[in-house]
Design a protein around this ligand. Structure first.
Ligand SMILES: Nc1ncnc2c1ncn2[C@@H]1O[C@H](COP(=O)(O)OP(=O)(O)OP(=O)(O)O)[C@@H](O)[C@H]1O
Length: 545
């Protein structure tokens, strides 16, 4: 096997109908290999799949990965690309009677606070919903889909054969974030099942597990393990840092881009806090790092937001009280909630992500159903984009109120009405003053804050950066802000094993997004032990003490 390239090995396993695990570090080209494997299957097995009405399932977790894969296979209808929940639900939802039976025992035995279902005499139609669980109405949640699927196939083995014959090949991208229950379903039940044995292909990296619920490393007798040591994404100095972090899986820089730069900013001459980031940014700007070619990954508290590009917006939210800036960052205030939706709409339109676009329009009670609709919506969004770049927040709100491309939520409509009313009580007057001030802020600050908020949460599914890559990356760390992880303690080797692993994985994922330049900025002080280790890890770069 050593003589074959990774894609050749994958093809060999596929042709032999054997399940496999492709485990390799960041930037190794796992997603690329997955796409190549799909292309191979589509090239060689299309007639057979089409004739028998079979499909290939490809499970992904982030929109970035889903888009990338769909694009590269030209959204071929023979491949179903989606989340594990979408996939499982599509195969089990036809078995309503069996599902209801399983749901009753699941409710009684697995749930900490079971629902009282004794009064439900006629089973409702079971639906998988984002609105959370309510069994008596037939609503099941994300987690329930997986648990019920597992129960269902354990109770009805023939279902396994039905799934395996519909999906003889199932790939999972970023397998490390799959729940142990799903892995059990895939490997203990589906792998090898059916007349033409079902092949499971897992692609991922156990060290990039950053969700608690993920399985992490997987070993299973049914899997052939394939690995690789190239890193096609990162420049040589960045790969050197990754190798220090992860000596057990050394990579070689194999991409075209070999030259790059790495910086570690401790900036201890400056007082702890946002100023340390300012000093780093000023330095990097002299080396050509700009907002256009740099991605910020902020593992910091929300408070330092002011250093970026939305001073007026932040100032308005300060007027709401001490919680204002936090509400802005958490999108917990009606105006910013609405405006970030508007940003999502514009981004989806720009990226031609029609699935996302339709789902956003549907939230605003709009659907693209006919060609004329499409044209009207395209025109409205183009008009919106012009005002987004040059106008104020007030201009955008007025335009949206008229164009109705996205329905204005009730809470915003109410605030807009009250803005011009008289005789308001103190609380409502403050809200009205806030709304007035907000309307004068240049709208581009909303775009800036949205990008910033997305960068704040690199570990969340929706805004995940896993699978993504950027020319330059600045990782900003403030350990005083979080309890989930602590980079300083991880470096010093003095944290609990579980948190150490979480911190190391998150740090690894963030640093490995950089194609050319990587800068890590600590805005809090590090202990002596942590400083020593950090110097060691960044020996291939410049340390700014
Ligand atoms: N064989 C190859 N030759 C040249 N470039 C490649 C090759 N494989 C992948 N790449 C490029 O390397 C980069 C990383 O690839 P990819 O995203 O597939 O890696 P990955 O292993 O899935 O990364 P990660 O786990 O870090 O998200 C991409 O820009 C991709 O186009």
């Amino acid at each position: 096997m050593a003589d074959l390239s990774t894609p050749e090995t994958v093809v060999q396993e596929l042709d032999a109908r054997r399940s496999f695990l492709l485990e390799a570090g960041a930037g190794a080209g796992k997603t690329t290999d997955l796409v190549r494997a799909l292309q191979h299957l589509l090239g060689h097995r299309r007639p057979e799949l089409e004739a028998s009405g079979r499909r290939i399932a490809c499970i992904t977790y982030t929109n970035v990965a889903k888009r990338k894969i769909l694009e590269r296979i030209s959204a071929d209808p023979l491949v179903t690309v989606g989340t594990i929940h979408e996939f499982l639900w599509s195969v089990i939802h036809d078995y309503q009677r069996e599902l209801w039976q399983q749901l009753l025992t699941y409710n009684d035995t697995d749930l900490r606070s079971p629902e009282n279902l004794t009064e439900v005499t006629t089973p409702p139609v079971i639906e998988y919903s984002d609105r959370g669980r309510k069994f008596s109405d037939g609503r099941i949640s994300h987690d329930d889909v997986i648990a019920l699927s597992l129960r269902l196939v354990a109770a009805h083995p023939k279902l396994i054969r039905i799934i395996a014959s519909k999906y003889p090949i199932i790939f999972v991208d970023e397998y490390q974030d799959t729940s142990p229950k799903t892995i059990e379903l895939l490997l203990d039940h589906l792998a090898g099942a059916g007349k033409e044995p079902c092949v499971i292909g897992l692609f991922g990296d156990s060290m990039q597990k950053i969700y608690r619920s993920g399985v992490g490393a997987v070993q299973h007798e049914r899997l052939t393990t394939i690995t690789k040591h190239q890193n096609y994404r990162c420049s040589r100095p960045v790969v050197d840092v990754l190798n220090q972090m992860r000596p057990e899986l050394r990579q070689e820089a194999a991409g075209e881009r070999q030259g790059g730069e790495v910086h570690l900013f401790l900036n201890t001459d400056t007082s702890p806090g946002p100023l340390r980031l300012d000093v780093a940014r000023t330095f990097l700007a002299t080396r050509g790092w700009s907002l256009d070619n740099t991605k910020y990954l902020m593992l910091t508290h929300r408070g330092i937001a002011g250093t970026l590009n939305y001073p007026n917006l932040l100032e308005q939210y300060r007027q709401l009280g001490s919680h204002g800036p936090d509400d802005l960052m958490a999108r917990a205030e009606p105006y910013i909630q609405y405006l970030t939706q508007v940003e999502a709409l514009s981004t989806a339109h720009h990226a031609r992500d029609f699935v996302e676009l339709n789902s956003l329009l549907a939230q605003g009670k709009r659907h693209i159903t006919e060609h004329a609709d499409k044209r009207t919506i395209n025109e409205a969004i183009r008009e919106l984009n012009a005002v987004r770049t040059t106008g104020t927040i007030g201009d955008v709100l007025d335009l949206l109120a008229d164009s109705r491309v996205m329905a204005v939520p009730g809470q915003v409509r109410e605030r807009e009405r009250r803005r011009t009313a008289s005789g308001l009580d103190e609380r409502h007057q403050r809200q009205a003053d806030f709304a007035h001030g907000l309307r004068d802020v240049p709208y581009r600050e909303v775009t800036a804050v949205t990008q910033f908020i997305d960068a704040l949460t690199p570990f969340s599914t929706q805004h995940g950066v896993k699978g993504d890559e950027f020319e330059n990356v600045i990782v900003v760390i403030d350990d005083s802000a979080w309890t989930m992880y602590n980079i300083g303690k991880m470096l010093a080797g003095i944290d609990k094993p579980e948190r150490t692993q979480r911190s190391r994985n998150l740090f690894y994922v963030c640093c490995s997004r950089a194609q050319r330049g990587l800068a890590v900025v600590f805005i809090n002080d590090l202990s002596e032990g942590a400083t020593r280790r950090a110097h060691h890890w960044f020996a291939s770069g410049t340390v700014h003490p």
